[in-house]
Every structure is written in C-alpha cells, then in structure tokens.
Design a protein around this ligand. Structure first.
Ligand SMILES: C[S@@+](CC[C@H](N)C(=O)[O-])C[C@H]1O[C@@H](n2cnc3c(N)ncnc32)[C@H](O)[C@@H]1O
Length: 375
C-alpha cells in the first residue's frame, strides 16, 4: 500500500516544485526584445528561487548574456533542507567543484554569478558562471537575497506558487522591474488587482490561456490527464501541464498595445459567435450601472458605458483602448449580480402578470470602459 505521508509530501511538493521549460522562457523574452531590443541592455538580472545547476532560466540568460547585452547575471537557489521537497542529490557540477562542502550542500543556498569571460574563451556564456554558498538558505526574504534584489534592475523567475503574493510585493516594494510566472487567478487577490488597475502590473506576452508545461521532481504525483497533455506537447517523463499559468510583468511588450478588433453592439446581437449574446443580448447588473459582457470578443465597440468582462480580458487588455474602473463588486459592496427572467405568471382573476427572476453571480468580473469615448 502506498505510504500516505510520502503521497502527502509529493502533493505538497507539487505546489512549489515546478520547473519552467526553455522554450517558454525564450518565447516570452523574445517578445520583449521585439518590442525593445534594449530591454535587458546594461541591466543586472536576478533569478531568485532558482536551481541554477539545472534551471532553464539560468541556462537561457547565461547563454544569451551577450545577445541581451547584460551587465550582470545573478541566480540564487534555496537550500534543500528548507524546501518542502527534500529528495535531492548534489550535481556533479557541485561535487566536483573546489568549493564543494559536504556540511553546506543541504543547508545553504547558492549564488551563481556571470559578469565576465572567466575561462578566457572569447565569449561570456554558461561556462563562465562562478558560484559559492550563500550565508543563509537562499530564502528570497533573507537579508542577503534582499540585498541582491536591491542591486538588480530586473527580476525574472517562476516563484514558489504558495508564496506568490509575498514574492510579488517583495519586488513591488523595492520598485523593481520583473517578469514572473504565476496562476492567472492571482489577479483576483486583493493585493494584486490594484496594481493591475493602475498599470503597474500586466499579463506577459505569451502563453496566456494556453497550456504551459513544467518539469516536476522525479516521481512526483502528476494527474494522468496532465501527464498526457504534457506528452502531447512533446514532454515525456516527469512533466505536468497547467492551463492557468501565465506571465506577470511590468516590462513593456507589443501585444499590450494592440487594440482589440471589435464589432458594434448591433452586429454582435446579429452575428456574435456566442449564441448567448445573439439570444439574450447584454444584460444589466442589478447592483452597478454596467452591462454584463461574458466574452471578451463580444465587447461592443460602440458602447460608451461601463462593462463587466471576464478576467481573461486581461490577456487582451490594451491600456490605450480601455480603462479599468473597478473589480468584481457592485455599488452595494457585494459581488456583481444580474437577474434573468425564468417565467411569467398571470393571475387569472386580475390578469396581473408577475415575473419570476433568477439572480446570477457571474465568476469574477472586471469593470472596464473604452477610452475612445472619454476624450
Ligand atoms: C516553481 S519553482 C521554480 C524553480 C525555477 N525558478 C524554475 O522555474 O525552473 C519555485 C522554487 O522556489 C523554491 N522556494 C520555495 N520557497 C522559497 C523561498 N522562501 N525562497 C526561495 N526559494 C523558495 C522552491 O523550492 C522551488 O525550487
């Protein structure tokens, strides 16, 4: 019989131990370079919460150090004894290094740095990484990693999912540029939405609303359906796939400046690909002066008022086209609701008709309005 505590540990590990794929990092970074080739030029990039010996973040930034024009690359890892998942063997890279220390390997974090052509090969690349143990365990909240944060210009990583909120605020309070992976539902956190509303945080350029594949520790539990989806995308072995992960950033990219192409309300009512829009039209909320628009592509181009749209709208949000007004709540401070008539009853004696309504609370809505009409 499977040992329950092992299964529990593997499940817990699943929360934090997800390893990002090289192709996903490359695709995302290329989008920033397309928009501004100097996004990373002369910058110090910090990759915290990493495992530099096998991390694709470290590999990508080290291999592209010269192309990106980096000044300094720093990558830090978290000690295995501090992790929830403790199944670990030091790599040959570490054990064969003159810095290897059997007493430190499990309890200290590590720092890898790249600034120069250390091996005189004529180019700066992954083989020039220099490393040592940190004083502490590499916790991103420790004074030494906070110091590295303060020295850096841009922070890039896939932080532990269980500490996403804290990690985001850790970067925002230091006023850093960043690019991180998180769960799309994070936009519903009360600390996150104000940043989105004030254009201090937005969704990255790629991978939104599509499957992202992650490596997991050897033998970790993965739901068979996720394993199968990862395999379909070409990742066979210890991989999983998440359909709701996305990049969060405050680095500018071109996609967010492309306005949505929309139809007028009249055309939507006739030709929308959503039957619901064609049949029911746009319903008004009971507790806010706005219309319910359940699909981003059904936003009417000529509507001047406030509209409630799903959170997936943020993947298409162009700040020149839309203004974000409010999140989720009506004027009564409660979740937005609208009513739909379910049936109409007629009193036989008086002929009076009464409607019976069903109150609907749609899943998290964002209230937006088009800037076009605001001058
Ligand atoms: C989602 S994984 C991503 C790893 C790597 N950045 C990648 O994408 O391949 C997050 C990593 O952060 C580590 N971690 C957990 N808590 C941490 C903390 N407080 N400080 C630093 N790292 C932490 C986890 O052990 C895990 O290795």
């Amino acid at each position: 019989m499977a040992n329950n505590s092992n299964l529990g540990a593997a499940k817990a590990a699943k929360n934090d131990e997800f390893y990002t794929q090289y192709a996903d990092i490359q695709k995302e970074i290329n989008a920033y370079l397309e928009y501004n080739p100097d996004t990373f030029r002369d910058k110090t990039v910090l990759l915290p919460c990493d495992d530099p010996e096998w991390s694709n973040f470290t590999r990508f930034f080290a291999q592209n150090f010269e192309r990106l024009g980096l000044k300094r690359l720093i990558s830090t890892s978290y000690a295995v004894e501090s992790k929830k998942y403790k199944d670990y063997e030091p790599t040959l890279f570490e054990t064969e290094s003159p810095f290897f220390d059997i007493d430190k390997t499990r309890i200290k974090g590590k720092i890898f740095e790249l600034t120069r052509d250390a091996n005189d090969s004529g180019r700066i690349d992954i083989d020039d990484l220099e490393w040592h143990y940190l004083e502490g365990d590499g916790d991103f909240r420790s004074p030494e990693v906070c110091k590295l944060r303060d020295e850096s210009d841009i922070i890039v990583t896939n932080p532990p999912f269980s500490l996403f909120r804290e990690f985001l605020l850790w970067m925002v309070e230091a006023d850093k540029k960043f690019l991180i992976i998180g769960n799309m539902n994070a936009v519903t956190y009360k600390e996150v939405f104000p940043l989105i509303k004030t254009n201090r945080l937005w969704i990255g350029a790629t991978g939104f609303m599509s499957d992202m594949v992650f490596g997991v520790p050897q033998g970790a539990l993965v739901a068979p359906a996720d394993k199968a989806k990862a395999e379909k995308l070409g990742y066979v072995g210890d991989f999983t796939r998440l359909g709701n992960s996305c990049w969060f950033t405050n680095l500018d990219h071109g996609r967010r400046h492309e306005p949505l192409n929309l139809m007028t309300m009249k055309d939507n009512l006739r030709y929308s690909r959503h039957k619901e829009i064609r049949e029911k039209g746009y319903l008004k909320y009971d507790n806010y002066n706005a219309i319910e628009v359940p699909y981003t592509d059904a936003i009417p181009s000529d509507y001047d008022g406030v509209m409630g749209v799903p959170i997936s709208f943020l993947g298409k949000y162009c700040p020149e086209q839309f203004e974000i007004v409010e999140f989720r709540k009506g004027e009564d401070g409660k979740d937005l609701v609208y009513s739909i008539q379910t049936d109409r009853q007629t009193d036989r004696q008086t002929d009076r008709q009464t409607d019976r309504n069903k109150i609907v609370t749609p899943y998290f809505r964002i209230l937006v309005r088009q800037r076009l009409f605001r001058g």
